[in-house]
Design a protein around this ligand. Structure first.
Ligand code: ISJ
Length: 605
């Protein structure tokens, strides 16, 4: 029984209102929602399951738009998804094309994203941070030049933006994750849609080298319009200058690209050309008097319908680096299945013979898939500037008008696909599927199936051939990108190449285009990528450590890592260089001696 003084003390404190607690707390906490008194253990709304707490009124996270990085306001009770969707449709400067007013910057540290009212710029990586992350050690600083940093930021693809977005989502906590995930899905859908519906017509209109032109909507003679045009032109030129220094934000670059496209569409009084001639192949200014204006949008963009310098060696190499990922991941997919040699043997399927098709199962897949892709205008006219080369011939014309790409490559007839297909079937498939093939044989022997039948196949003809086509298309694109490399190097210094082209000196040309340091770095990078991408992860994302046949101990590997490197070293790089030399040998065809002399005088500044 408590004494009198203790009784007195008890009257000072308050009993915890939690139904199972009742502790007398001398410094009780008061819940702002239900106004109950609680001890330290139960004062949180979650601890006493407060009936008066409204989650939507309090725990709201305002997500950042993944495209324009503006904080999207979410009204009390409003679904975050809905708020974000509305932002996309009405306010997002990237989705709507409105030139973005300067938004308040946010902390560049991943999973922070705090709105910065007093940004602190890191003098190493040139990004802006909140006070908590202003030091390089607090924000995983990657010291690069301001321009490169800007470029890196600029070249964020939709996907990498989405990755950042997911990082923000997990940092932002539950309420926003759904909205951000929905937004991420829609961003991808929008990005795909906008890529698919990219208006190529604008990019094909010539861009006059003269000063500002009148837009078709305005009156070219009115003073007000002239001033508006002049302002617009001076703003465009200023942005172009900043673009050259890599100082534009992504949105500004998109705005500039849009400005260029609109200007190109208004086109000026000159006769329209089918193609924007991105280069004068004769060495003289091309007869249209036009030269394209490029805006660097991203180092890795292959989209030739958006103006950027398609012959920048840095951009081209960026595409080759990105294609390494595509090739590795598609090989990882193929490695799941046994070799299934039957799908590469002509006449092995009587069902195909009955259809009148004499080729192999894989050749049938190539024909059917490429027929559909040709109708969807995947293959532009040969020799101009395609970066997609079919493995089959006699394909139908596109059902929609073909894209009028700007002329980038010199007309040529080079197609290395027959060699790529043969090497793939004879060398890559057996090596990359060896583990699955041997595992299949073990399981067949366990069922008493022995001899050749052990190694026959796992019956996944459709899956294996579908992935085969993907691998072949990615290797083909990579190898034929050598043409862009050659055109870029040729334009840098035509005089260095022309004598060897005229002498048909393959080894001298090969010596000019070969960059051993680039190749060496590529093979080192490739090994790291293959090791990383092929790791097996557990349900919690942990790496499943166990030794494997590759000799790279302690990590799992879904693919023959050494095989990937060998494919590049022994085939992909050599055949790329053969394509580069073959392209150069055709580079002067059809040019007069005067044209060739003019070319010799040119040197890229
Ligand atoms: C592609 C280039 O040209 C050559 C081919 C290379 C390749 O196929 O990876 C790499 C360097 C060069 O030897 C280049 O210079 O980047």
């Amino acid at each position: 029984m408590a004494s009198q003084s203790e009784q007195h003390l008890l009257s000072v404190g308050k009993q915890c209102s939690h139904q199972t607690c009742g502790l007398v707390d001398f410094l009780p906490f008061k819940c702002q929602h239900c106004e109950g008194s609680f001890c330290q253990e139960h004062f949180m709304v979650s601890a006493h399951k407060c009936p008066k707490y409204d989650e939507t009124k309090y725990n709201r996270v305002s997500p950042n738009c993944p495209l324009c990085n503006v904080v999207v306001a979410v009204r009390p009770g409003q679904d975050a998804n809905e708020a974000v969707e509305n932002h996309f449709l009405r306010d997002c400067s990237v989705m709507t094309g409105k030139i973005k007013t300067k938004s308040t910057p946010t902390c560049a540290r991943v999973r922070c994203g705090k709105t910065l009212f007093a940004p602190i710029r890191c003098n190493k990586c040139n990004q802006q941070f909140c006070p908590a992350h202003r030091f390089p050690t607090d924000h995983n600083c990657s010291p690069t030049s301001a321009a490169a940093q800007n470029k890196t930021t600029t070249s964020l693809t939709a996907n990498s933006r989405l990755l950042n977005l997911n990082a923000k989502a997990s940092a932002a906590g539950g309420a926003a994750v759904g909205a951000i995930k929905t937004m991420a899905t829609n961003v991808q859908a929008q990005a795909t849609a906008s890529r698919a519906s990219a208006a190529p017509a604008k990019a094909t209109q010539p861009v006059p080298t003269t000063a500002a032109t009148s837009s078709s909507k305005s009156n070219p003679f009115s003073k007000t319009d002239r001033r508006a045009r002049a302002e617009r032109e001076s703003r465009r030129k200023a942005m172009q200058e900043r673009a050259k220094k890599g100082l534009l934000s992504e949105e500004e670059k998109l705005a500039l690209a849009r400005e260029e496209a609109e200007l190109a569409q208004s086109g000026g009084g000159k006769d329209k050309k089918d193609c924007v001639v991105m280069n004068d192949f004769t060495g003289a200014v091309d007869n249209s008097g036009f030269s394209a204006v490029h805006v660097e949008l991203s180092d890795h963009m292959e989209n030739f319908t958006i103006g950027h310098d398609p012959l920048s060696l840095e951009r081209i190499r960026g595409v080759l680096v990105r294609l390494e990922d595509t090739i590795i991941f598609s090989l990882i997919e193929r490695a799941q299945f046994a070799q299934n040699p039957r799908i590469y043997q002509r006449g092995a399927f009587e069902e195909l013979t009955a259809l009148g098709f004499q080729g192999s199962w894989l050749e049938w897949f190539l024909k059917e898939i490429e027929t559909f892709h040709a109708k969807a205008r995947r293959y532009t006219r040969q020799g101009c500037c395609p970066d997609e080369y079919p493995f089959t011939s006699d394909l139908p014309p596109p059902v929609i008008p073909s894209l009028k790409f700007p002329k980038i490559l010199y007309p040529n007839t080079i197609n290395a696909n027959p060699s790529i297909l043969s090497f793939y079937i004879r060398t890559i498939v057996p090596r990359i599927t060896r583990r699955a093939t041997l595992a299949l044989a073990v399981s067949k022997r366990a069922q008493g199936i022995t001899g050749d039948d052990e190694f026959e196949d796992d019956g996944n003809y459709g899956s294996a051939a579908t992935i085969d086509v993907e691998v072949l298309q990615s290797i083909s694109k990579r190898v034929h990108y050598g043409k862009f490399v050659s055109e870029s190097k040729f334009q840098d210094d035509p005089a260095a190449f022309i004598p060897h082209i005229l002498d048909r000196n393959r080894s001298a040309l090969a010596g000019l285009i070969t960059k051993p340091e680039v190749e060496q770095k590529l093979l080192q990078r490739l090994l790291k990528k293959a090791l990383t991408y092929s790791q097996d992860f557990g349900p919690d994302g942990e790496i499943k450590p166990h030794p494997n046949g590759n000799g790279h101990a302690s990590v799992t590997s879904k693919i023959d890592v050494d095989g990937v490197v060998e494919f590049y070293e022994s085939f992909i790089i050599p055949i790329t260089k053969e394509v580069e030399v073959d392209y150069l040998l055709q580079r002067l065809e059809g040019l007069s001696e005067e044209d060739i002399e003019n070319l010799k005088q040119k040197k890229k500044v």
